[in-house]
Design a binder for this molecule. Structure first.
Ligand code: ZN
Length: 293
């Protein structure tokens, strides 16, 4: 796939944002990719200002728990307009979620692969970036659709629905190693104006990617999308990242993320150990910090 030529923008602002980074602290690299030819009407939903605001909010959220976010680059350039909208993934089994085990076990039994259009679009945008597999890539598109089964009568009738996402994190717990390694850091952002809490979208999506958890917090297991002002992983204004068993080990899982590294004075980096199995919720790197429920 030949990549279109994109340029790096806002380098002064990036330098200012990164000015407080310290050596010796756990850090994640974030790159932002923003097509500059999206339809004009989409710009009120996502633009570079909103992305920077989202990044700054995310940086503050993760600073609370000792993780630095480094904004490595903002790249911008033209994207083939037929790639502005994509369907995210093909489900491993075209079936509603089973009722007898938890969603992480179910997802590992039937992992989702990305659609070919998603893979092609991400490769066109990201290209062969250095450290691609260790960087979180925020890719702005106009629409990213996802299919799921909505129970109409519990345990009996389901309806397949297609939803349009505002942000989608393509997390390990959904895809395992069915997501190509150079794309495992991809997050799509399509709308930063959907609700009054959309300032938190970037932080929330990074939460999925870096903690490898769904919508869960404290005593709430992931099952449905949860509207609540508690917790980074709910929909609402909460930003808490819980600790220990009461906090579903979010803090501990974050600090084991293979995307995190520590840089030493000489500039060399030590990354956390990589996933030992396929990168699902119960990957061995999370031994002792996964919840059985
Ligand atoms: Zn979410």
């Amino acid at each position: 796939m030949s990549q279109v030529r994109w340029e790096e923008i806002r380098s002064d602002e990036i330098e200012e944002i990164n000015a407080d980074l310290e050596v010796g602290r756990p850090t994640a690299d974030i790159a932002i990719h923003y097509p500059d030819n999206l339809d004009r009407a989409h710009r009120e939903k996502v633009n570079v200002e909103l992305l920077l605001e989202g990044f700054r909010s995310a940086k503050a959220v993760f600073a609370q728990v000792g993780v630095q976010l480094r904004l490595v680059v903002i790249r911008s350039g033209p994207l083939d307009p037929k790639r502005f909208m994509i369907r995210s993934a093909k489900r491993g089994a075209d079936l509603p979620m089973g009722q007898y085990s938890n969603m992480y076990v179910e997802a590992e039994r039937n992992p989702s692969a990305l659609t070919d259009e998603a893979v092609d679009t991400f490769r066109a945008v990201i290209g062969d970036s250095v450290k691609a597999e260790h960087t979180v890539h925020i890719v702005v598109l106009q629409a990213v659709f996802m299919d799921y089964f909505e129970p109409v009568i519990e345990g009996r009738v389901y309806q397949k629905q297609t939803i349009e996402t505002s942000g989608l994190s393509f997390p390990g717990y959904m895809h395992g190693d069915l997501i190509p390694r150079d794309l495992r850091g991809v997050i799509t952002i399509t709308n930063l104006r959907r609700t009054k809490d959309s300032w938190k979208t970037v932080a929330h999506e990074l939460g999925h990617k870096l903690m490898n958890v769904s919508h869960e917090h404290r005593d709430v297991s992931p099952a449905h999308e949860v509207q609540s002002d508690e917790g980074l992983m709910f929909y609402g204004k909460g930003t808490e990242i819980g600790r220990g068993p009461e906090g579903r080990f979010h803090y501990e899982r974050l600090h084991r993320s293979p995307f995190l590294y520590v840089e030493s004075e000489d500039g060399s980096r030590t990354y956390n150990p990589d996933y030992e199995a396929s990168g699902f919720y119960y990957d061995p790197i999370y031994d002792g910090v996964s919840v059985e429920f």
